[in-house]
Design a binder for this molecule. Structure first.
Ligand code: NAD
Length: 487
């Protein structure tokens, strides 16, 4: 069994305590990682603080930081198969999806590598004999807190802009899925010696211990967090009770995927299933509410049901597997309890069980599950974060919009119709940070990602993503040499 170290101040640290890492496809322990003590987390914060305040990083050029990010991207591309296999072993996601994640991880690092030397302030036309301009400066020490559904990719969404901006970081992967971040960091330590110690630290451990220590530290300037909405609330409390550090939150969702009667039935039903069953439904932007116009409701559900029978559940290492196990036994229990709730409050169309095949018994598998319901049930209102979809009928455009926006969340939404005017009217009236038309889930580093309402604060990726790691300093130079004549 392999034991992975964490990284503090450029050193691999084995740690005083360890945590077992489980392969969710068979429930077996296959690796160990350190469980950081509070002292170890403090040491990582100290290293990041010193590297920011005193180290050579402070005077590094934007070009040099960009080059480091390009080198990191190269490492991910070179070791993509190994990293993808590790991601699949640790999360249970199908190997083909892990390969996409690695490509997206590298693309994100490249994007911010290219952006590093294109960040600049502005000169501002103030109405005096003066020059006024802004400087963009790194926000400082950033805590990057990452969930378990896209472990390396979501770390890169934060690491890319943080490094490009000139921040130093402490990365805290989810306790269930730290392996790709640790393996990536091992490669970085070995292959990129020009990265000064303390600039990137990785600590592994529980959210309420290691994570909360970073959040509540007076020596950390910023938290970039992706995870659940309740955890987001706890983070805001921790920040309010400490130094009011800057925060970005990428939280949960209950995204509507809206189908009008004139949509192409085949493309639409593919989109409905892909929107919610990709990555076992463990996706923040999952189209977990499928809104279908009444005229086609029955036909649409029948087609979804027929296609769901073809979703291949199985060993996530196999290339033809379309759905792997859920990430953990705890998460399986949570998803199954929502399914049981759904059986009582809604009409089950298909799925709703753990698969009976012998080879899947030990893993945390659950069948792709479809319910017919309305927007009032708990399965239609709460984030399940598994392969469970609530299908809801609607009458017309207004009804669709009313149902779609009737949620505390506002991360993503999609609308399907051949009528572009109808689509654009819906786009304009949806309260969500990402809206797709005639597709669902494509995600690009060039475009901003983030939510309205209780789905978060701020944006990741794109030009906007780096602004979240920058402070703006206004500089005003008086060109008038005479006394102001006030006294
Ligand atoms: P989670 O909130 O349980 O944990 C996320 C991270 O926060 C983990 O690293 C965890 O250890 C840490 N954490 C937990 N409590 C903490 C605390 N009090 N202080 C500091 N850190 C703490 O989420 P999860 O179960 O890992 O991921 C699933 C959730 O993430 C879902 O709700 C999903 O919608 C959301 N998510 C959102 C996005 C997005 O971009 N909006 C993307 C992926 C996942």
């Amino acid at each position: 069994m392999k034991t992975y170290p964490m990284f503090i101040n450029g050193e691999a640290v084995r740690g005083a305590h360890s945590r077992e890492i489980i392969n969710p496809a068979n429930g077996r322990v296959f690796a160990k990682v350190p469980e950081a003590t509070l002292g170890e987390v403090e040491a990582a914060i100290h290293a990041a603080r010193d590297a920011f305040d005193k180290g050579p990083w402070r005077t590094s050029t934007a070009q040099a930081r960009g080059r480091i990010l390009f080198r990191m991207a190269e490492l991910v591309r070179k070791h993509a198969s190994m990293l993808a296999e590790l991601e699949t072993l640790n999360t249970g996601k199908p190997i083909v999806e892990s390969e996409f994640d690695m490509a997206d991880t590298a693309t994100c690092l490249e994007y911010y590598g290219g952006l590093a030397n294109k960040i600049h302030g502005e000169t501002l036309p103030v109405p005096d004999n003066a020059i006024n301009f802004t400087l963009k400066e790194p926000v400082g020490v950033a805590g990057l807190i990452v969930p378990w559904n896209y472990p390396l990719m979501l770390a890169a969404w934060k690491l890319g802009p943080a490094i490009a901006a000139g921040c130093t970081v402490i990365v805290k992967p989810a306790k269930q899925t730290p392996l790709t971040m640790l393996e990536f960091m091992r490669l970085v330590q070995k292959e990129i010696p020009e990265l000064p110690p303390g600039v990137i630290n990785v600590v592994t451990g529980d959210g309420t211990a290691a994570g909360a220590t970073i959040v509540e530290s007076m020596r950390v300037d910023k938290i970039a967090f992706t995870g659940g909405t309740e955890t987001g609330r706890n983070i805001l409390r921790g920040v309010a009770n400490s130094n009011l550090k800057k925060v970005t939150l990428e939280l949960g969702g209950k995204s509507p995927n809206i189908f009008f009667a004139d949509a192409d039935l085949d493309a639409a039903t593919d989109g409905a299933l892909f929107g919610v069953f990709i990555n076992q439904g463990e996706v923040c932007s999952a189209g977990s509410r499928v809104l279908i116009q009444k005229d086609i409701f029955k036909k649409f559900i029948d087609r979804m049901k027929e296609k769901t029978k073809r979703v291949k559940l199985g060993n996530p290492m196999k290339r033809d597997t379309k759905m792997g196990p859920l990430v953990s036994a705890d998460h399986l229990d949570k998803v199954m309890s929502y399914i049981e709730m759904g059986k009582k409050e809604a009409k089950l169309v298909i799925g709703g069980r753990r698969p009976s095949a012998k080879n899947l018994k030990a893993g945390y598998f659950v069948e792709p599950t479809i319910f017919e319901t309305d927007n009032k049930t708990r399965i239609a209102r709460e984030e399940i974060f598994g392969p469970v979809v609530a299908c809801i009928p609607f009458k017309d455009e207004d009804d669709a919009l009313q149902i779609a926006n009737d949620t505390p969340y506002g991360l993503a939404a999609a609308v399907w119709s051949r009528d572009i005017f109808k689509c654009l009217n819906v786009v304009k009236n949806l309260r969500a940070g990402i809206v797709w038309v005639n597709t669902m889930q494509p995600c690009y580093v060039e475009a901003p990602w983030g939510g309205y309402k209780q789905s978060g604060h701020g944006r990741e990726m794109s030009l906007q993503g780096i602004e979240e790691f920058l402070e703006v300093k206004q500089v005003h130079i008086n060109l008038n040499q005479n006394p102001i004549g006030w006294y």
